[in-house]
Write a protein that binds this ligand. Structure first.
Ligand SMILES: O=C(CO)[C@H](O)[C@H](O)COP(=O)(O)O
Length: 225
């Protein structure tokens, strides 16, 4: 049975007290911190650079950090985020001229490598590189903003990806990002995902611990049924 992982997206954190809010979600049971990097070029929003990741490490955050690059180009920032202490790095295939080379840059640093598929990006972009990936991140909203609605067609895409991974007997796990909530995580798990990025559902909750444990319980129930 795959391990369920809950990864709060700092896009929805209280940015004026980011270090404390990250500590709070980790204390509440989060497995990984999802770090959204936006460049106002690949996506129409601007967020965090490697200096912020370094600041979190210096503040005592030792938990795994999952860097989602919504930038173009990617290679230079892969090296900078590797230096800053990322544990997972993913990027969008449209944003790299040489996808295989960019993946090698991540893997050479001993970091888990993933590709991110937008709602409009077909699974066929994975054909020649799926065997190189530790994970695939399925965007279930268009990237750029937190608080959007889950796109239902994503469920079918996750199922088809899981089938592909099974057919090829790969260890690659499926992550989902966008509109993940306590009331839809079970069906997303049943489709094949085991890693859940959630921003507003966690950081906007009154009780982080309750939000995370409800998500985990609902996902684990779906796995065992
Ligand atoms: O990558 C993202 C947007 O590009 C965010 O991680 C994502 O949308 C999470 O926010 P929410 O859970 O509120 O939908």
């Amino acid at each position: 049975m795959p391990k369920i992982q809950i990864s709060p997206s700092i896009l929805s954190a209280d940015l004026a007290r980011l270090g404390d809010d990250v500590k709070a979600v980790l204390d509440a049971g989060a497995d990984v911190i999802h770090f959204d990097v936006m460049d106002n070029h690949y996506v129409p929003n601007l967020t965090f650079g490697p200096a912020i990741l370094t600041a979190l490490r210096d503040y005592g955050i030792t938990a795994p950090i999952d860097v989602h690059l919504m930038v173009e180009p990617v290679d230079d920032l892969i090296s900078q985020f590797a230096d800053a202490g990322a544990n997972m790095i993913s990027f969008h295939p449209e944003a790299s001229q040489h996808v295989h080379r960019s993946l090698q840059l991540i893997k050479q640093r001993g970091i888990q490598a993933g590709l991110v598929l937008n709602p409009g990006t077909p699974l066929s972009v994975l054909d020649e590189v799926l065997h190189e990936l530790d994970f695939v991140l399925i965007m279930s909203v268009n990237p750029g903003f937190g608080g959007q609605q889950f796109i239902p067609h994503s469920l079918d895409k996750i199922k088809r990806l899981q089938q592909l991974i099974n057919e090829k007997e790969l260890n690659c796990y499926i992550c989902v990002d966008g509109g993940v909530k306590t009331d839809n995580i079970a069906e997303i798990t049943a489709a094949g995902a085991s890693y859940f990025v959630a921003g507003s559902a966690i950081f906007n909750a009154d009780d982080y611990q309750q939000a995370i444990s409800t998500m985990r319980d609902n996902a684990e129930q779906a796995l065992s049924s």
